[in-house]
Design a binder for this molecule. Sequence first.
Ligand code: WT7
Length: 646
Amino acid sequence: MSLDTFLEETRLINTGFCEKQKENISKLFNEANTNIDTFWNNRANNLDWIQTWNKTVEWEKPHAKWFVGGKLNASANCLDSHLENFGSKTAIIWESEKGDSLQLTYNDLHQKVVSFAHQLKHTYNVKKGARVTIYMPMVPELAIAVLACARIGAIHSVVFAGFSAKSLQDRIKDSQSTCLITADGGYRRGKVIPLKDIVSNALANHACPSLENVIIHQYIQANDPLPQFNSTPVHKFICDSIIEPKDDPIETMDSEDPLFILYTSGTTGKPKGIVHSTGGYMTHAKYSSELVFDLKENDIYWCTADVGWITGHSYMIYGPLSNASTIVMFEGTPDYPNQSRFWELIEKHKVSIFYTAPTAIRSFMKWGDEHITKHDLSSLRLLGTVGEPINPEAWMWYHDVIGNKNCPIVDTWWQTETGGIILTTLPSHHPSKPGSAGFALPGLSVEIKNDQNESIINGAGLLSITKPWPSMLRGVWGDEQRFKDTYWSTLETYFAGDGASIDENGYITVIGRIDDVLNVAGHRIGTMEVESALVEHPAVAEAAVVGIPDDIKGQAIVAFTILKEGISESPELISDINSIVSKQIGAIAKPKVIVSTPDLPKTRSGKIMRRLLKQVAEGQEIGDTTTLGNPDIIHEIKEKMALSNV
Ligand code: WT7
């Protein structure tokens, strides 16, 4: 998929209307244009506050405070607020990989969260503001753990269960977590992922001294003895004791108290802990999910993301639950036990809103329409996509085959850092342009800028959010300088790290990252992270990593390595080098190809020219090589690359 495919797209498609959106949208745009503070006050007022705020926003670039002086609890807004009217409504429909399903009403979920929160606070002494790392498969206990932390004011840091022991260890250490909530294992394509072994490696040799307690959900083997992790006390995850909520009041949180930390990749080898606040984050999560997904009382809403990513935080837990929606939570994968799994689930649970990623959509296309057409998907009324640019062909297929030409599509652009959706086409307001994320939501301001900070009206440049918004990141955990450098030093306004174009009608098309960050199957992976993992291998002297286009994953990783003196290349060695990436980061970061080469293209001052490596990897014409200290190496790498069959 080249950039041209996106930019040549001119089709504008009316995908149908969403009633709720239609009623509100012009009003919202007007309100935002008239007085932005009133606009956000009105959105925040849809939450339950313990104490109201006295100032909408305090902005001292790059620090924002929203709803200053306000007090609330995020978990209570997802549970307690609904008990009176929706206590017996289903909150979570959980489907296990094996095909069992379990339903929890708002009353059930509340009871379990209160029970677990009580233990966290009283038995395990988790204090307000303490960090809790959560490393769990997609089971209801994960949602319970998240909401229990929020209830007692502990800052959760969810680590995706596909990450390695080393990644988990780094995140526990960086956040100085005092408690780890985990499980003995999870299922993936019929196999058990031994999470307790991964945790054991992460905690080996007292590597995480901040940890005071580990709480483990015995999901695979309920009656096994509890594992031992050095001398850290280990306890069983229990959430069934009946505690009266009045005996354990909800923690009153300041609007600006952090709700969670979520680690994401950047341009250095070290992931950064993005910090989100309580009041501002919840305001946008509630507002954007209701508006963008047009949430109504009887919807069955399914977001396929794992809770380990920001999409799972904002559009599986906090957004839909604060709107009292019924969500589907699925433990498995779309192709197990067969490639009809998602469509069976939509038919079984009568899903009406479906939110997934372009990489998944491209896999569905490849697997063939027959898996879809044999299922009744008539319950669907709205489709969404997120995570990377969707190529127009995949968009059309999503619309025609999954949506049966009947469902609007919301292509939503946002980031871990933005907390919630920033750009999308609201089908009731604008026709959709396949591949184009569209427009800023009411209340948000986005511009495409050149590197002189000037706005571009029609053309390509850097994507910037030009006014503060409630769910903006409040910082990078423990690294103020990195926060300033990454987001606030390129332009005068927030720089997202993405390149984008804007057309004469104002449609914004996101092109992709312009920094050293890759997007593999919708997951952010830093080139430096993979390079640091590769050089951990005893045979590797130097490594450089680039992304190349991939039909399914959007991008795939190609790694170039220089082996140490005297080490000769063999298929076994290459596969061993590849596995160090899974070990250090997780399987999602594994290179598609590793090319070993005697040298890397470097400038005379020794800087690796990744641009040239990318051109070689993509089979493009090689650009200017005059600044290279070792120009001949390019031809050697080209020959090696041709042999590796990419
Ligand atoms: C990066 C953010 C937002 C939740 C999932 C990823 C890319 C995201 C789109 C989209 C084009 C997109 C951007 C962004 N991206 N959504 N609809 N169209 N690109 O969150 O891991 O923080 O990654 O994903 O490059 O910067 P994330």
